[in-house]
Structures are given as C-alpha cells and as structure tokens.
Write a protein of this length. Structure first.
Length: 363
C-alpha cells in the first residue's frame, strides 16, 4: 500500500466521527427541505464507507488520492423518489442547499446512448455551505448524493445482484434478456409518471364539473365519489343532521363499501347518487332517529350515516326480506344481526304505512 493510501486510512479513523455526524445533519437538512416540496420520496438514507471498502477503493485507484478529502464518497446519501420526473425537483433543491462540485458530479441519465438501457442515477458531489460556525467544522469535506426513482433503484439492485460489469461478462443471450429487462423498467418508470398525471388530470376535471353542477354523467369510482361526497351540499347537510341525531362526531367514510352498496341498487353515475340523496334524505333521518332512540354511539362513521340512505331506499321500494338480507350482507357479516336489522326496518316501514293510512282516514 502506498504512503498516501496509508495516510488516508489514518485520516479516515481520525475523522470518521465527523463524517458520521455530518451524515446525520445532511440527512435531516434534506428531509426538512423535502417536507416543503410537492414530491413523493420513498426514502432518504446515508451511510459511511467502511474501512475495508475504502482499502479496496484505494488499492484499485492507487495514486489517485493524496488525502482523505480527495475521496468524495466517504459519506454517501441516497434519495429515492417515487417518480422519475421528481428527480430534477430534488436536484434543484440540493443546488440551493449545498455547494455542488460540478466537475466531479455526473448525471448518468445523460451518459447512456439513445439505443442503450441500463443503470441511471444523478450523482452530485457536494459540500456544506460554511455560512455558520457549526458548518465551518466540516469545511472541505465532500460527500456524494445519489438521486434516483424507485424503479431506477430496483433496477440498480438487480444490476448489483447479477454482478454485471461489461459486455464481456455475460453471454449474448443473457445480454439480450438483460437489455430487455432494463428497457421494461425504463418504460414502467415513464408509465408511472403518466398514470399519476392522468389521475391528477381526471381529479381536476371531476372537481371542476362538480363545482359547475355538471357531474351527473360522471361514473362512480373511488376518486369521483369521495370528491362528490365532500362537495355536494345535500350530502353534507344530511351528514350534519345525522350528527345531531347521533350526538357524536363523524369520521371519513369507506368509499369502497359505499360503491358496493350503490352497485347493488344499480346506481352508476354521480347523478344517480345526487337523486338518491334528494329523494331519501328525509326518510333516512327519520329512521336514524328511530334507531338511535334505543342505542348510543361514541363514534359514528360517515359510512354508517350513508348506510341509512340505503335503508331509506329499501323502504321506498317493494324489496323482500331475502333481498334486504342480501343487501345487508355487504356490510354485516353476522347473519343474526343482519336479520334483526332487516326485521326492524320492515317493522318501521309498516309503522309508517299505518301512520299514513290513519292520517288519510282522519283517525
């Protein structure tokens, strides 16, 4: 081992704690900035190169480094974003947060040829801005930050596991499979961004149509029903009145269960939902008043409140006991409990009919 390498190893052991402390500080600085941004990070981690790893590096690149400060990846930070188009947003943040050594930084996304697929990642060599007394303790220390998407990270791990280094390490048939897998990962990365943008655009379109009162033809799905339930005045007024009856606060409803119930009745559009609440809110609240006379609830979910709308719909149509039990099976697993609820519903419906007959005859 060269004298320079021996010196670097001695410096490594002397300053290792400084690198460890700097790693914690840098990671927290990055996390603090990311919390302010509209990006989805999977993880922000850091590591200190081990002494054995440093020895191997110095052995392979003997004569390249004179001091420990010349080794720019003793401290390494890795930022994994959910989507590939968020990498540049994070990179811009890092440029404002740290001093970037542009000469030694590399954007591997730009080094692949137009017909090549493979490992891509953005590598910045950074140092802290010494504007405070604390950071002056780390003056001259450089560290590496890698930014990659989750899909790129998966590919990197596969790449590392296979041990691929050059075109000469694998047979031609394996190389072709290797390239196909790399291209599929790249396509998946791009499609994930496209799908996110498509969903975002759909939500924006749905929100705009709901605000403009033009949502009747929108199909019922998880995105549209949550937006509609949160924006529709009739539904919100119904939930407010339900709270008063139960004398408790509500929590968010289970959209999936609500959609299943709507499907049982054959409702397909937000217009169907709007008509349902316009038609049945009054009866649903009457039935809720009847039910909660004999029971107390500490918390009533919006799902329970909305379920009373379906109870009202069951009463307005000529459904049999078997059909009512079939509907209750969506949300009530206990058959005995479901039967009790169904019989109570039919009894309440009968009492309403009796009251209506007496009013009609003047009794």
């Amino acid at each position: 081992m060269s004298p320079a390498a021996t010196l670097i190893l001695l410096q490594y052991n002397e300053y290792k704690n400084s690198y460890l402390n700097l790693g914690l500080v840098v990671q927290e600085l990055i996390l603090e900035e990311i919390r302010k941004m509209d990006v989805h990070t999977v993880s922000v981690t850091h590591r200190i190169k081990s002494e054995d790893s440093l020895k191997r590096k110095l052995s392979l690149k003997d004569g390249k480094y004179d001091t420990l400060y010349d080794v720019t990846d003793i401290l390494g930070v890795r930022i994994i974003t959910m989507y590939s188009d968020e990498i540049d947003k994070v990179a811009e943040m890092l440029q404002n947060l740290f001093v970037i050594d542009w000469k030694n930084s590399v954007d591997k996304r730009k080094t692949l040829g137009v017909r090549e697929f493979g490992y891509v990642s953005l590598h910045y060599i950074c140092s802290v801005k010494g504007s405070s007394k604390f950071f002056k303790n780390y003056d001259g220390i450089k560290f590496e930050i890698q930014i990659r998407s989750q899909m790129q990270h998966i590919w990197s791990e596969i790449n590392h596991d296979i041990g691929y280094k050059s075109d000469f390490t694998l047979p031609t048939s394996c190389m072709r499979s290797f390239s196909r897998l790399a291209s599929l990962m790249e396509i998946a990365d791009a499609m994930a961004c496209d799908l996110r943008n498509e969903i975002s655009g759909y939500l924006k379109s749905v929100s705009e149509k709901i605000r403009n009162g033009d949502a009747d033809d929108i199909e019922i799905n998880r995105v549209s029903i949550i937006e509609y339930a949160n924006s529709n005045d009739t539904i919100q007024n119904y939930l407010d009145e339900f709270e008063k009856i139960c004398k408790t606060n509500r929590i968010a409803f289970d959209a999936d269960s609500f959609i299943k119930s709507l499907g049982w009745f054959g409702f397909r559009t937000l217009g169907d939902v709007g008509s349902l609440f316009e038609r049945d809110s009054g009866l649903a609240l009457r039935y809720a008043t009847h039910v909660f006379k004999t029971m107390e609830a500490e918390i009533v979910t919006s799902s329970v409140a909305l379920r009373f709308i379906f109870n009202a719909e069951l009463m307005t149509k000529d459904y049999s006991l078997e059909q009512i039990l079939s509907f209750y099976s969506i949300s009530i697993m206990d058959k005995r409990r479901a039967m009790t609820r169904a019989l109570d519903l039919l009894e309440f419906k009968e009492s309403l009919s009796s009251s209506a007959e007496k009013s009609a005859t003047g009794q």
